[in-house]
Design a protein around this ligand. Structure first.
Ligand code: 8IG
Length: 272
């Protein structure tokens, strides 16, 4: 039977053949705003449309074109995934995790997951960047659901005690001491939360709310990669500010932050 790990291995082999890259060091999944800023990392030597690789589903979100950009940043071989896919597009947890599984299969031992999200704390307004310290997965699913992964992979009962790497977080906070840490609460969406759900997330210890990242983080950790998460707060979560949430305002916040997010990536990638 074909497993998600077979699909990821095939896609990784196809990616290697297309790019000539034998081994990636770092994979970066680009969320909104981050994608627009990532040009600051340099010019890719290769761009592969994800539609041409095994197992990838196409993004349905406007502006999330699916491609993998390969570039060297200093001595690091970096893969940028532009066009992440979400549960709310009708994808399974395995489909959401496939790009990250592919890039880890292509050698990446570090995975940086970026996203745009809602902020629960009124002091962390739109434009703030938060380092993810931990998450609460409220999607009611897992990329580990299904058959146990084949040997020699670790079992599906993956330990998440240090899901977001302590070492990577320390390096990021040393290089960018203005950043704070927070807990990311992952919802399925695509509707935004009710004020009561945000009150719940706050009571649970959440700082950020979003619709991505948690499943990718679990899948990357299962494969032994070091995981780092960076969130751009694009809006205050429902009920935190007086006004209603607008998807257009959320997108505008991402565009406005793009240049500073690019500069931050260019500063952080060399210290990871
Ligand atoms: I950007 O307020 C963005 N993504 N769940 N809630 C959730 N996801 C988001 C939000 C938000 N803002």
């Amino acid at each position: 039977m074909t497993t998600p790990y077979d699909l990821a291995q095939w896609a990784a082999d196809e990616l290697r053949a297309r790019t000539g890259v034998d081994h990636y060091d770092l994979a970066i999944v680009l969320g909104s705003g981050w994608r627009e800023g990532a040009g600051a990392l340099g010019t890719p030597h290769s761009v592969v449309p994800t539609g041409s690789l095994t197992g990838f589903v196409s993004p349905t979100v406007a502006g999330h074109d699916g491609k993998i950009l390969s570039l060297k940043v200093g001595d690091k071989q970096v893969a940028l995934l532009s066009g992440r896919v979400h549960l709310y597009e009708g994808n399974t947890a395995a489909q959401v995790a496939h790009p990250v599984r592919t890039l880890v299969a292509a050698g990446a031992r570090q995975v940086l997951l970026t996203n745009a999200c809602g902020g629960i704390n009124p002091e962390l307004g739109p434009g703030s960047v938060v380092v993810i310290k931990d998450h609460i997965n409220l999607t009611a699913t897992s990329p580990m659901e299904g058959d146990n992964p084949p040997a020699p992979l670790a079992s599906r009962f993956v330990d998440l005690t240090d899901l977001y790497s302590r070492a990577l977080r320390a390096r990021v906070l040393e290089a960018a001491p203005q950043l704070t840490e927070g807990v990311y609460v992952g919802f399925r969406g695509p509707h935004y939360e009710t004020p009561a759900e945000i009150a719940m997330a706050r009571t649970m210890g959440g700082t950020l709310v979003g619709m991505s990242t948690v499943l990718e983080a679990i899948a990357a950790r299962h494969l032994g990669a070091e995981v780092l998460g960076l969130s751009l707060v694009s809006n205050l979560a429902a009920g935190v500010a007086a006004q209603a949430l607008s998807h257009l305002e959320v997108l505008a916040a991402g565009q406005e932050a793009a240049a500073s997010l690019g500069a931050l990536l260019a500063q952080l990638v060399p210290v990871l």
